[in-house]
Ligand binder design. Structure first.
Ligand SMILES: [Zn+2]
Length: 304
């Protein structure tokens, strides 16, 4: 089950292979200061528990909504009052409507609301995400940054442009020392995925990791969109790997290599050993292809 789930992060619900959702369990991890990770190796959620209720980061897929509610209810008998969506992939907003019907206010970047309302096409998975019903859309949106004061915590929402998507929000729990990376960090030992069909890019993903490094200290928890919570050292390692890949793939582009030639040159070969998880779709070849397309695309739009 875990291997199957590991392969499908950020896939829209409709694209996911046959999963028996009734068998998927949520693992709750106490990160301290009222913040908990609700992990199921998909679009993992965080909750912040306060006297006034629960703040939930990401609502998972629709089929998991009741389990997310139940996991939160084990920690607090207060209602889910606020939902923050980190980005508009379906494993992060699928149970929005359920949470809104329960009285939660939904917050997200303005481009997330737009993409949810219009529907989307994810080229990497050849999948269409249909438009979301009005009840699932954020009622509060922001552009660059926004601060929520909840449960005695300062929750900073920071937009990082063109990173995993064009609508990512980093969620920084300042007092607890926890940052949800949206999809801009793959967790320890995983390459992150940047979804160019949703406006993501390699450069933006590196910039997002640099932003998080500027906010974090050694003890900060960095939450990927699936997997175990990591600390800043793993984020730094991911950042350095991406910078090395950018340099090497850019060199191949500058030498006039085609995409296939760049892949054949295996520019990630010495890095892959630390970043390839069994069953994951982000192999060295895939990350090279993604990097090549992203760097080429950036150069083309700079010329326009
Ligand atoms: Zn995603």
């Amino acid at each position: 089950m875990i291997a199957a789930l590991a392969a499908l992060f950020c896939l829209p619900a409709a694209a996911q292979p046959q999963i028996d959702w009734s068998k998927v369990e949520i693992k709750t991890t106490d990160l301290g200061s009222g913040v908990y990770l609700l992990g199921w190796q998909g679009g993992d959620s965080l909750i912040l528990v306060g006297d006034e209720g629960v703040l939930l980061v990401d609502t998972s897929v629709a089929a998991m909504g009741d389990k997310i509610k139940a996991a939160a209810a084990k920690i607090s008998n207060k209602p889910i009052k606020v939902v923050v969506n980190t980005h508009a992939h379906a494993d992060h907003f699928g149970a929005n409507e359920l949470m809104a019907k329960g009285g939660a206010m939904i917050v997200g970047h303005e481009a997330l609301r737009e993409r949810m309302a219009k529907g989307q096409y994810l080229a990497a998975f050849n999948q269409t995400i249909p438009p979301s019903p009005p009840a699932a859309l954020p009622t509060v949106t922001y552009v660059d940054a926004m601060t929520l004061h909840f449960g005695g915590e300062i929750v900073e929402l920071i937009h990082v442009p063109n990173a995993h998507t064009d609508n990512d929000t980093l969620v920084h729990f300042k007092r607890a020392g926890v940052i949800h990376a949206s999809g801009t960090f793959g967790g320890a030992g995983n390459y992150p995925f940047f979804d160019s069909s949703s406006g993501g890019s390699l450069a933006g993903t590196i910039a997002s990791e640099e932003k998080m490094l500027s906010l974090a200290d050694a003890k900060t928890w960095i939450i990927a969109d699936e997997g175990d919570p990591a600390h800043t050292a793993a984020l730094k390692a991911s950042h350095d790997a991406l910078v090395a890949i950018r340099t090497r793939v850019q060199k191949l582009i500058d030498e006039g290599k085609t995409e296939d030639e760049a892949v054949a040159a295996k520019p990630t070969k010495d890095i892959d050993a630390s970043y390839l998880r069994a069953g994951g779709f982000l192999t060295g070849d895939v990350i090279t292809r993604m990097a090549y397309q992203s760097l080429k695309g950036a150069a083309a739009s700079a010329r326009r």
